[in-house]
Design a binder for this molecule. Structure first.
Ligand SMILES: [Zn+2]
Length: 221
């Protein structure tokens, strides 16, 4: 079966050659991540220890640094529909967990939700796409535990002082999954000022979660 797949992919590659989503170099048909080795190597891993979110008993972990190399890729992923990049993003996070196994010592994995209108525009929740392989790898339930109650402005369009105000009351606990006394891992793509993660973590703790940890693909520097 594998051989058939390889032949089919090589055949397709004759007509639709695969190019690296980072630098457009031609790639072999079987390239799993649609990225060349040089572009993968240019992603900077995060060596800083986890830190506590402002005023909350919540540790925040990040696998990578959100610098220029990753910014371009994340932009293609979120705004140009290159969802295939979820594969390399979750792999980087799974690799990071190998050195920080306490991250997945939880009952439920959940993600920062999008408002339903934003979800309709984008057609996917980027955090759900990267959380899914992590949940599968560690056999942990992936569930929607939060809802975004009103549409907020993009955090990156606002000055730091406005970001918390923008999010106040934006999230609520979803009725889909019981979170009472559960240890929860909250996954998102990027952490910059921590206000979104802080607001979501607070909502989960106020809703009865026993503990919350946050884990993102990358953090700003
Ligand atoms: Zn490349």
């Amino acid at each position: 079966m594998q051989a058939v797949k390889v032949i089919a992919k090589n055949f397709l590659n004759l007509f639709y050659p695969l190019h690296c989503l980072g630098c457009e170099t031609a790639l072999e048909a079987m390239n799993e991540f649609h990225l060349c080795e040089r572009c993968i190597a240019s992603i900077n891993h995060n060596a800083m220890p986890p830190f506590e979110l402002d005023g909350l008993p919540v540790l925040a972990y990040s696998a990578c640094i959100y610098d220029d190399a990753l910014k371009e890729l994340v932009h293609s992923f979120k705004y140009k529909g290159k969802t295939i990049l979820a594969g390399i993003f979750s792999k980087l996070m799974i690799d990071y967990i190998k050195d920080n196994p306490e991250i997945v010592n939880v009952d439920i994995i959940t993600v920062v939700p999008l408002h339903r209108e934003r979800l309709r525009e984008r057609e996917f929740n980027q955090s759900l796409l990267i959380a899914n392989p992590i949940a599968k790898e560690h056999c942990i339930i992936l569930a929607n535990t939060l809802e975004k109650m009103h549409k907020t402005r993009y955090q990156n369009e606002l000055p730091k002082s406005e970001r918390l105000k923008n999010l106040r009351g934006a999230f609520d606990v979803s009725s889909d999954t019981e979170i009472k006394d559960k240890n929860i891992l909250l996954i998102d793509d990027i952490m910059t000022t921590c206000s979104t993660l802080g607001e979501c973590a607070k909502t989960l703790l106020n809703g009865g979660a026993k503990s919350v940890k946050c884990f993102t693909l990358a953090r700003g520097i």
